[in-house]
Design a protein around this ligand. Sequence first.
Ligand code: FAD
Ligand code: SF4
Length: 511
Amino acid sequence: MRHLVVVLGDQLNRDSSAFDDFDPAADRVWMAERKGESEHVWSHKARSALFLAAMRHFAAGLDADEVPLTYTRLADAGPDDLVELLASQLQDLKPRRLVMVRPGEHRLREGIKAVAKACGVDYVERPDRHFLVSTDDFGQWAKGKTQLRMELFYRWMRQRHAILLDDNGQPVGGKWNYDSDNRGSFGRQGPGWVPRPLAFAPDAMTQEAIDDVASTFPAHPGELGAFDWPVTRDQAQDALLDFLDKRLPAFGHWQDAMWTGETWLYHARLSTCMNLRLLSPMEVIEGALERFKEGKVSLSSIEGFIRQILGWREFVRGVYWLAPERLLGSNALHADAALPDFYWTGDTDMNCMKEVIGQTLRTGYAHHIQRLMVTGNFALLLGVTPTLIHEWYLAIYVDAVEWVEAPNTLGMSQFADGGRMVSKPYAASGRYIDRMSNYCTGCRYKPGDAVGDAACPFTTLYWDFLERHRARFWHHPRAALQWRSLERLSADQTEAIQEQARRLRAQWATR
Ligand code: FAD
Ligand code: SF4
């Protein structure tokens, strides 16, 4: 055999460079479902089902085109570990080269490279056309910068790809960023009617994947009853059109808002499609730009949306591959608390956490602000050990792949990298959640109270967090203003807050 083309569960793209010179007479595709991939972090059942269903549909397409394929299913014999299975099959298949695009996890990439070497097979990593900047070019952009700022990267990407620029190469509308228009909250009246995203009822193949996951991982977190994710390229294209036509126009303004029972609001629900490579980021951007040119979407909405994909998505990937091991081992704030059990069950009397975690367990989804300012913010304020909260995010979201999850969790949300990726910690009290949602209305706590029976744990822990990290941020150019609010507290108030925070910590440490 000439080439064994390895296709992982998040590489489901026939236009990938891994297939560039594929010769069915000399080459073979290799795909595998292994228990270990759902167990190295305790994966949500819907996350495992999504990967399996999408892989099986992709493999069926290869079969239909008579592409030679070695496909190992979950129940098939062999090692549970994907890399060990590959090692054993390389001995039998004896290809000259193992060809693939870069895996989405440092762990897998190193493992695959090592088995190829051990088996005497050349490991060939082809350029990854899915992303809009290569890791090398990102490395060049980042070179010499001690702090990496998404906003500067995003402007560079807008210029490189000539997106939303006028004839003079300046940003359309005169501003690069309309973030200040993208922070609307619904107010007391709530969001009103919101168009439902297109749902994809499981076909027989998806249902079989769901059943396999249910029987193989019965104790894993999450539910499967609401599974309606797109799992094929056709479905992903339908999901894209549905978003562009029905939700994109309102996306920007309501991007940060949250509301009880409203899981999707105006969000795209396209991260899974892109992360599995059923859609390319450029086709998503082009579809959005078309709606803008047709006058169907405002500049602030389209800019806000494109920033997420051309900016954040590419930026976090670049950051991850600069130094994955350093990122994964980072803990700049010396956080060492346990992850409270309620992260896995939603069983808490904090209404915002109950809503967001409950929705996550039902669907495998939460939108960005729910992840950043509710579950992430709480872990930051409590001081949860970064690896524990990283493993939770990697396990619990259907769109979780390490290249995108780890920088978002460790860099953006937990400030574990010490500020390499964001200028200050995303720390907020219960008042922020009260402003952006209606969660506090149904809660036994009061978002403004830091001490006493009704004190909101976010608010207590927020002030305690500021106090604990006073020395680090008091003179910080971007954070000092926030930290100086500590001056409003008397010594007695500070002591009472710290005492209440100690009690909260003790309560969750023993659960
Ligand atoms: P929308 O809100 O509609 O946004 C549109 C698209 O923009 C998304 O589909 C996504 O591709 C992209 N995008 C937006 N924000 C980001 C971002 N910060 N980083 C990368 N891409 C972004 N996203 C993942 O795809 N996988 C993850 O494992 C993941 N983990 C996260 C963990 C934390 C702690 C945080 C704060 C964010 C995480 N994100 C992750 C980013 C973001 O929350 C999701 O991409 C988004 O919620 C997916 O839903 P959507 O498709 O409806 O996105
Ligand atoms: Fe969450 Fe505090 Fe509001 Fe309750 S009061 S919902 S705990 S922010």
